[in-house]
Design a protein around this ligand. Structure first.
Ligand code: PMP
Length: 451
């Protein structure tokens, strides 16, 4: 029997997290909203302030009050190898002592690109950036430059970053969304010019008839169709059987480039990402998060003819920090590890044990829900019919209170998962059998608190 974690949070005692509370008070004086990203605006369950994490090792993290958690947020999936992985630290320290960046070409960026091209189907040429949003901007510009067209088809609820070009209909409300057959292009934020929304056509995921209708209407104006192959930002909604090959065909018929946003799925689903996992190759793919193992690096890669737009400088792409040897060294180490037989298989297997644990606990506690995703990334959705979600709008019908209670109960037991039920859980190479065993037992207890 595994020992319980040493410091269960015990949120019944508010003073148990007083250091986090104080840090948030300080933060609000100097950081807008007290935070560094809108995604962190959510509080910790019943606490009106976030937990401040000061240390991580393997699959565990510690907050500033000394509580220990098994981590399934994993910096939104970036920490694929876990926190402070020793091999990754060595690779980075080696580069650190040789200089972090020179603003010149460097050998590590070349080795990394070779590694990406060897692993990813359809990756003939690569360019780097520093965040997901930035790499998306590069890929979209390349697609527009290649096709000479402006408009982009995006799926409702799919998230492609915070920058203007695609921050449209990320999470529209019932009133913003418009009719299912013709969804509105609804800006995600104030400050996005109307022209941006006009260039983005919104379609409902997994609705072939409606997608086809929209393609018939707008097909010859579209430079690209972009999608999250598994919708990490909509509780891991899966593509229905046959959807991706069908989308590939539709794009080919109309001269539209197919772009996979693999910022979450890349190097996590399979060595070659979603293209390998689902057997359908896009024209362009965007990577971030797992590629850097926790370091800020992103990349976009794809078909020679399209990437040559950038190669010849017909389409401009720049960036001071692009391909810097420090982050490239982190990514190279991470990808070599991912490429080793068994690395991803083991992560998936551990994740599936958590998914099965949730399903079993829900069955025993008679709580209706569905667990969707694949082992290394998944989410539980507390809906009444227990059926897999088809598209974003299904999330409107979900019992969010239940996820909040489930997550809160887990947090009190030392399990740290995303506070949003619309996002997902991530599993790393560093989770041990003991971590998973402890998590499954905590899940069983948490499910009893969900009613
Ligand atoms: N695409 C997807 C699928 C994402 O999950 C994210 C980040 N959550 C982004 C794009 C944007 O990446 P970044 O936050 O690094 O700009």
């Amino acid at each position: 029997m595994t020992e319980p974690l040493k410091h269960p949070l015990g949120l019944t005692d508010i003073h148990a997290t007083s250091n986090s509370q104080q840090w948030f008070s300080r933060a609000k004086q100097v950081l807008a909203g007290g935070i560094s990203s809108s995604a962190r605006a959510s509080t910790t369950g019943s606490l009106p302030y976030p937990l401040y994490i000061e240390r991580g090792a393997g699959a565990h993290i510690w907050d500033v009050d000394g509580h220990e958690f098994v981590d399934y947020l994993l910096s939104y999936g970036a920490a694929l190898l876990g926190h402070a992985d020793s091999g990754l630290c060595t690779a980075v320290q080696r580069q650190l002592s040789r200089g972090t960046m020179f603003g010149t070409c460097n050998t590590v960026e070349v080795e990394l690109a070779e590694q990406i091209c060897a692993m990813v189907p359809g990756a003939d040429l690569v360019r780097y950036a520093n965040s997901g949003s930035e790499a998306i901007s590069g890929a979209i510009r390349a697609a527009r430059g290649f096709t000479g067209r402006n408009r982009i088809l995006k799926f409702e609820g799919h998230y492609h970053g915070w920058v203007d070009i695609l921050a449209i209909s990320n999470r529209p409300s019932v009133t913003e969304a418009g009719p299912l057959e013709h969804p509105n292009s609804s800006p995600h934020s104030r400050g996005i010019p109307a022209g941006v929304s006009q260039d983005v056509i919104i379609a409902p995921w997994n609705h072939k008839n409606i997608i086809e209708h929209l393609l018939n209407q707008h097909g010859d104006e579209l430079a690209a169709m972009i999608l999250e192959p598994i919708v990490a930002n909509n509780a891991c909604i899966m593509p229905e059987e046959g959807l991706l090959p069908w989308l590939r065909e539709q794009c080919d018929k109309r001269g539209i480039l197919l772009i996979y946003d693999e910022i979450v799925t890349g190097f996590r689903l399979a060595r070659g990402g979603a293209a390998q996992y689902f057997g359908v190759t896009p024209d362009l793919t965007i990577f971030s998060k797992a590629i850097g193992g926790g370091f800020p690096i992103s990349a976009f890669a794809g078909r020679q003819a399209v990437m040559e737009q950038i190669g010849t400088n017909a389409v401009k792409h720049g960036g001071t920090y692009n391909g810097n040897p420090l982050c490239a060294a982190a990514a190279l180490y991470t990808l070599r590890t991912v490429n080793e037989p068994g690395t991803l298989e083991a992560i998936h297997a551990k994740g599936r044990m958590c998914m099965d644990g949730i399903a079993r606990a829900a069955y025993d506690a008679k709580v209706p829900c569905v667990v969707q995703g694949v082992g290394s990334m998944f989410q539980v959705i507390f809906n009444d019919d227990g059926k897999p979600l088809k598209h974003y709008r299904d999330l409107w019908l979900v019992n969010t209170q239940r996820y909040a209670k489930f997550r809160q109960s887990l947090l009190m037991q030392g399990i740290h998962a995303n506070s949003s039920g619309s996002a997902c859980w991530f599993v790393s190479a560093a989770h041990t059998a003991e971590d998973i065993d402890y998590t499954v037992r905590a899940i069983a207890a948490a499910m009893k608190d969900v009613h």
